[in-house]
Design a protein around this ligand. Structure first.
Ligand code: ATP
Length: 362
């Protein structure tokens, strides 16, 4: 469903009756020489979905997006959009809006002319072009800046224009390549809200590449975590964070305590699968003074005594490193009024719910 200008579509929208996903990667491989930047990648993106590709540098995120945009061609496999192979469709005919990290606005055209460009390419008449530009400028809160040149805009404003330009022709698919990478933190958060709002309003199928985990968690319906050209895990943000399948995903997305041979977690749990490590998120561990009592563990909770090694204050959060034997356990708690603060050397009890321990592939 497209929220923008439903009455006067620029082109035939892909029918909703075909039952195909918006985007399909079928066993796609992309080689650079002998090196596989993307390996046997299969992935479906549903209509209207916001899917983010996340992964460390060099894992193949951008290559995957460039294959979808048509700037690169796969060596093997097929990419389908609404059920039709696009292997032989050049990038400019794929009808996708694209936003890059470096805004890529035409520097010699003012904002309005930048926005009109994709409409001109599609043969839209001047009157309708102006009306569409007015509407989209209003939508991205830039109505007053239509006659400015890109160099007279802030980074955030330029990125808004880039987003507006990607959306103005009402494409069925939007591709975002590190769209907020060049912005500072506050502006990034503001723009995340903006992108989320636009996605909801336009209902546009969106594929975003980022290495910003927070951005991925905030914006996405689903996240794909890539590792060395392959998909490591695809899931909703909650599932990915709460139930990572591997140490790689657990450590890449957020902070994780990983224990390989720890007596105090692993041996107590008979459900541990073979060849796995125990993982618990730092915010799932509670910290309290060691009151000297010999509190027994229960079926639900487990506890252990340790010594504070370090305390890091980070605004709303406080992070402790607690030494337990040869292990260093990270504990993270939200700062609250009246809370006890522990210092290096303090003896503390840390405890957690057994059900918060995950066993993940090493
Ligand atoms: P980043 O987060 O750093 O942008 P990425 O996950 O987007 O990384 P890609 O840009 O997709 O990674 O690159 C994947 C791998 O393919 C990297 O090892 C990269 O060096 C290699 N690669 C990408 N483009 C080319 C090219 N044109 N020629 C040779 N190798 C390439």
């Amino acid at each position: 469903m497209h929220g923008y200008d439903k009455t006067t579509p620029l082109h035939d929208k892909p029918g909703n009756d075909t039952g195909h996903p918006a985007i399909e990667f079928r066993n796609v491989t992309k080689l650079y020489g002998q090196f596989a930047a993307v390996s046997d990648l299969s992935l479906n993106v549903a209509r209207g979905e916001f899917l983010t590709i996340l992964g460390p540098s060099g894992s193949g995120k951008t290559t995957t997006l460039m294959l979808l945009a048509g700037f690169e061609a796969p060596n093997e496999g097929d990419i389908r959009i609404y059920g039709k192979s696009v292997s032989s469709v050049p990038s400019y005919r794929r009808d996708q809006g694209i936003v890059f990290q470096s805004y890529a606005l035409f520097p010699h055209l003012n904002v309005r002319r930048n926005l009109e460009f994709p409409l001109e390419m599609r043969g839209v008449k001047a009157g309708e072009r102006a009306a569409r530009v007015d509407r989209i400028l209003d939508r991205v809160h830039l109505s007053d800046l239509g006659y400015r040149m890109p160099s007279q805009l802030s980074g955030g404003q330029q990125q808004r224009v880039a987003l507006a330009r990607a959306l103005i022709a009402d494409p069925p698919i939007l591709l975002l390549d590190e769209p907020l990478g060049a912005l500072d933190r506050n502006l990034r958060e503001q723009m995340q809200g903006e992108i989320k709002g636009l996605h909801k309003e336009f209902g546009i199928t969106t594929v975003c590449v980022t290495h910003d985990q927070e951005e991925a968690l905030t914006l996405s319906d689903r996240i794909v975590v890539m590792r060395a050209g392959r998909i490591e895990q695809t899931d909703s943000p909650e599932a990915l964070y709460d139930r990572p399948i591997s140490r790689f995903v657990a450590s890449f997305l957020g902070e994780a305590n990983i224990f390989e041979h720890t007596h105090f977690i692993v041996e107590s749990d008979a459900t541990r699968p073979a060849r796995s490590v125990a993982m618990i998120r730092p915010e799932r561990i509670c910290i309290s003074p060691d009151d000297g009592s010999t509190r027994a563990d229960s079926d639900q909770r487990q506890s252990v005594i340790g010594t504070v090694d370090d305390m890091i204050y980070a605004g709303p959060l406080r992070k402790y490193h607690v030494r337990v034997g040869s292990d260093l356990v990270i504990v993270r708690e939200h700062v609250a009024s009246g809370q006890l603060v522990f210092r290096p050397g303090d003896v503390v009890r840390i405890d957690w719910l057994r059900s918060d321990v995950r066993f993940v592939a090493p």
